[in-house]
Design a protein around this ligand. Structure first.
Ligand code: GTR
Length: 422
């Protein structure tokens, strides 16, 4: 067979597998959860049992970090050659009725190939305190202008690109129920947001218009087994926001938080794992390939997620499609990589697709790593009832309702952050 024919055959086979997995069954029945054994986060690949925080940091942590990079999200390049320029394009010291200073900062990314890309950061800093304040960094789904009714918020640059995905939404304030700015600001927290499509449009067809356009060797359609996907690129973007905030005079560098919902919750966890400048990581309904244990195969599973969103992960992750039992790691070990910084997992009762119980257990099973540091993980294996937040050195809550971010979630996050920092 000629190379081209082999290639076409491979594509056809891949397409068939993908089509199959799109229809792979989804289990919502607790009695049908397969028997599974979770890998021990404290046991090295060579069998060595970790007993101290020091051993964890020098031996096991790097090993797990490598596994998640090589086999799930793709490896984050050490050097991308991308330069970033920041321009404050709008400054309003009296935003939100005087509650906050609002800054809008244009990030211009330039690659070694000379191409450039713009992203827009919207930052609110509380005015009441003159001291440095903690900051919550969180991507939005539909553009900065949708997170608030404030009329001067500049639409995110990707609005035009993503229109091509058929999204009619993107209307001012349309997502504001998910952004409890006032609450956070009144409690002394700054909030920074950017649209994730600015960094990398969330579709295989449009991805090449984002950060990949600045990476001459990156071919969306022909990635190496371990090469990073969209989640990895968005996570990298979170770190670039952190770079900027580290230079912002009013921000307390030692109290930076990363928060994300759903696919952006998966992203927040992966970003927080890799970038230790994030001292707390808040996962809101992140589900499959986020906080939830994969081996429970409850709700969304690896087959479904890799078939529907192949661009989110590295190609090597596909080998676990309909084969979670063979995963050499599970997501509790990802959460454990956040230690000794603070991990928080939030679930919603009606969000079975994200497997709330699997999200809880995952944080529970990250506990032994926290204990190495003398920190307290979740003490009970039983998931709490709704609206009973569990705040230790890690935090968890489940609320009534659907897959979403609500003022109740924000309130729990702020209570937790206050408790660990005050
Ligand atoms: C769903 C996907 C989930 C979650 C969600 C979202 O379609 O299956 O994993 O990421 O999208 O991001 O809202």
């Amino acid at each position: 067979m000629k190379r081209f024919e082999i290639f076409s055959l491979a594509l056809l086979t891949a397409a068939l597998i993908a089509a199959q997995n799109k229809n792979s069954p989804v289990n919502y029945d607790e009695s049908k959860v397969p028997a599974f054994e979770l890998p021990d986060p404290l046991r090295c690949e060579n069998g060595l049992q970790i007993e101290t925080a020091r051993q964890w940091e020098s031996l096991r942590r790097p090993e797990l970090l490598r596994m998640f990079g090589e086999q799930e999200y793709g490896v984050t390049p050490q050097r991308t050659g991308i330069k970033v320029k920041h321009d404050v394009v709008a400054l309003n010291p009296n935003a939100m009725g005087g509650l906050a200073t609002q800054k809008q900062v244009r990030f211009t990314f330039t690659g070694k190939n000379g191409k450039s890309l713009d992203a827009m950061l919207l930052l609110y800093i509380p005015n009441a305190s003159k001291r440095r304040v903690p900051v919550i960094v969180s991507y939005n789904f539909h553009g900065n202008q949708t997170t608030t009714m404030e009329p001067n918020v500049i639409p995110s640059p990707s609005k035009e690109v993503v229109k091509r995905l058929g999204s009619e939404a993107w209307v001012r304030g349309e997502q504001s129920s998910r952004w409890s700015y006032e609450l956070a600001l009144k409690r002394g927290y700054a909030v920074a947001t950017m649209n994730y499509h600015d960094i990398c449009p969330d579709s295989p067809e449009l991805m090449a218009l984002g950060i990949p356009s600045l990476l001459p060797d990156y071919d969306v359609w022909n990635r190496k087994e371990n090469e990073w996907g969209a989640i990895g690129i968005w996570a990298w973007g979170y770190s670039r926001i952190a770079d900027y905030l580290q230079k912002e005079k009013r921000i307390d560098k030692s109290r930076m938080v990363v928060l994300g919902h759903s696919r952006l919750g998966k992203t927040a966890v992966w970003a927080g794992v890799q970038d230790k400048r994030f001292k707390a990581v808040l996962s809101n309904d992140s589900g499959c390939s986020g906080a939830a244990l994969s081996k429970r195969v409850f709700g969304e599973n690896v087959g479904r997620i890799t078939a529907n969103f192949p661009h989110w992960f590295c190609p090597a992750f596909n080998q676990y499609s309909e084969n979670e039992a063979s995963l050499p790691f599970d997501q509790h070990e990802l959460l454990a990589l956040i230690a000794p910084r603070h991990a928080y997992v939030a679930s919603a009762e009606d969000d079975s697709w994200a497997d709330p119980k699997g999200e809880y257990l995952s944080l529970y099973y990250a506990g032994p790593v926290y204990r190495l540091y003398g920190m307290q993980g979740l003490p009970n294996i039983e998931q709490p009832a709704v609206h009973q937040p569990q705040h230790y050195d890690v935090g968890y809550h489940i609320r009534a309702g659907k897959h979403d971010v609500t003022p109740y979630d924000w309130q729990c996050y702020l209570d937790f952050l206050d408790a660990i920092w005050h």
